[in-house]
Design a protein around this ligand. Structure first.
Ligand code: ADP
Length: 473
């Protein structure tokens, strides 16, 4: 099957969250199953700075955006250790910026225009490059117009009439809502601005556009779409991870993690102490991730409890300020890194003893899975993907060798504190139980190949349904 992915993030070229991990891994697994996969991404500044060689394809396009024609150039590269082609849509005016979607907690005001341009450029490039995909797989609001164009402006014309669209929602909270006049940018007929199609409470909603017009729709969940990559890929595998000062596996994790912990403490300016529990958290500093629970616990624990904290994240200025202030007050106990740093994220997963993820909601969540693979015991709120993947350390679950972490229910800092206190208590006084938790987590088998097989079936069903509109086996 020929499959095209269109996405706004792909590791290692551009990343703010888990979407990038999915879009950088799933195509490789699909390729291994024998499919021909190519991928489209905006040529962001970060993509040009990764060190991957971006070659011009020679293809230059003029893309209609509202009344304007905007030039696009198509660059190409391949995903590392694979022959998955990546096509990058270059237009420095839109994409040569410090961040992907906005700065200092504010979205770029022309985001609608930037992704209208991207979607149209993808469709034009598919034709010019003669890619002839049977499936176009779009992700999140940034690419929601792709299924829409296929069913409207581009409908019935080759090669678009051969394309089945699949749309995946990674996070329903980000919908790409814009004022109604941005309809003009899309070039779509106003007749589509109605409550059944693109309109949502008076606004243009690009996520809704994808949902309404795609031939098949999926959401992410650990049991379906989005699982940690396989060992051979080596991105999140402590046995081969080049970002770690010492690699390790389930057989020698004690020495390995001890070395990683010491290095992390040193690098973060913390006291180098093997005996203190080191609590890590990595993620976007947004309310979804439960920072309003973490901060009160930190305020309470930092002056009183013998534990260290390492935080890595960027996001809402309010959370950044509070974390920076706490760091000033407790420099030996708390390290705050307000940046996006992939290697450091790996080092924190490896060097911390426990990993916090008290999300308000979590469609899937990757970090809790990474932390288990790296032997950092997750302390999570039981919601969505966290509920599906982390098994609480109750006597029952421990006896069955299924427990992997500490969970809690109510979205309250007291509940997080209780779960964290259980974790710290276990760490200090029940080393055997702790080892069991680490080893059960490290032995779990999360695999993208299983995901890829499920997507393969979905593509086949979607094509079948679109073509025949009759049930297929
Ligand atoms: P989400 O997709 O909602 O952001 P996930 O847990 O599914 O949450 O995935 C987050 C991904 O982004 C993980 O790979 C995580 O390591 C990475 N990440 C988030 N913030 C940072 C950061 N500041 N530096 C490095 N990696 C980060």
């Amino acid at each position: 099957m020929k499959i095209c992915f269109a996405c706004s993030e792909v590791v290692p070229l551009a990343k703010t969250g888990g979407l990038a991990d999915v879009c950088g891994s799933l195509p490789i697994e699909l390729q291994k199953l024998g499919h021909q996969v190519s991928l489209f991404l905006p040529a962001y500044r970060s993509a040009k700075q990764t060190g991957l060689k971006l070659k011009p394809t020679g293809l230059k396009l003029e893309i209609p955006v509202g009344p304007k024609m905007v030039p696009a150039e198509i660059l190409s590269t391949t995903l590392p250790d694979s022959d998955v082609s990546v096509y990058l849509v270059d237009q420095p005016q839109y994409y040569d910026r410090p961040q992907l979607y906005g700065e200092s907690g504010r979205d770029y005001p022309d985001n609608c225009e930037r992704y209208v341009f991207f979607c149209r450029a993808v469709l034009e490039a598919i034709r010019s490059l003669r890619l002839e995909p049977e499936v176009l797989h779009a992700h999140d609001w940034q690419t929601g117009l792709l299924p829409t164009y296929l069913k409207t402006e581009y409908a019935g014309t080759p090669p678009y009439d051969q394309i089945t669209s699949v749309f995946t929602i990674h996070n329903l909270a980000y919908q790409g809502r814009f004022w109604h006049w941005d309809m003009l940018l899309t070039g779509l007929d106003w007749k589509h601005f109605n409550w059944r199609e693109l309109e949502f409470y008076g606004q243009l909603n690009l996520l809704k556009a994808g949902i309404v017009f795609a031939d098949a729709l999926t959401t992410v969940s650990p049991t379906y779409a989005r699982e940690i990559q396989t060992a051979e890929q080596g991105c999140w595998n402590p046995a081969t991870d080049r970002a770690l000062p010492r690699t390790y596996s389930v057989r020698n994790w004690k020495e390995g993690k001890a070395a990683c912990k010491a290095a992390l403490q040193q690098h973060s300016g913390l006291e180098v102490r093997a005996d203190l529990p080191l609590i890590g958290a990595v993620g976007r500093l947004v309310s979804q991730k439960g920072w309003s629970l973490i901060l009160p616990v930190m305020q309470q624990w930092l002056p009183t409890i013998d534990a260290q904290w390492v935080i890595l994240g960027t996001g809402e200025p309010e959370f950044e300020q509070q974390l920076a202030q706490l760091q000033k007050r407790y420099p030996g106990k708390l390290a705050v890194h307000l940046k996006f740093a992939d290697e450091l994220a790996h080092q924190i997963e490896a060097g911390s003893d426990m990993f916090l993820m008290p999300s308000h909601y979590e469609p899937c969540g990757l970090n809790q899975m990474y932390s288990m693979v790296y032997g950092s015991v997750p302390v999570v709120r039981s919601t969505g993907g966290l509920f599906d993947t982390v098994v609480d350390a109750t006597p029952y679950n421990l006896e069955r060798k299924q427990a992997t972490g500490f969970t809690f229910g109510p979205f309250l800092s007291e509940s997080l504190e209780q779960a964290l206190a259980r974790a710290v208590c276990c760490y200090h006084s029940q080393p055997r139980v702790w080892s069991q938790l680490v080893e059960t987590g490290m032995s779990l088998n999360w695999s993208w190949s299983e995901s890829a097989r499920k997507y393969e079936q979905l593509y086949e069903r979607a094509i079948c349904l679109r073509l025949s509109r009759t049930p297929c086996q």
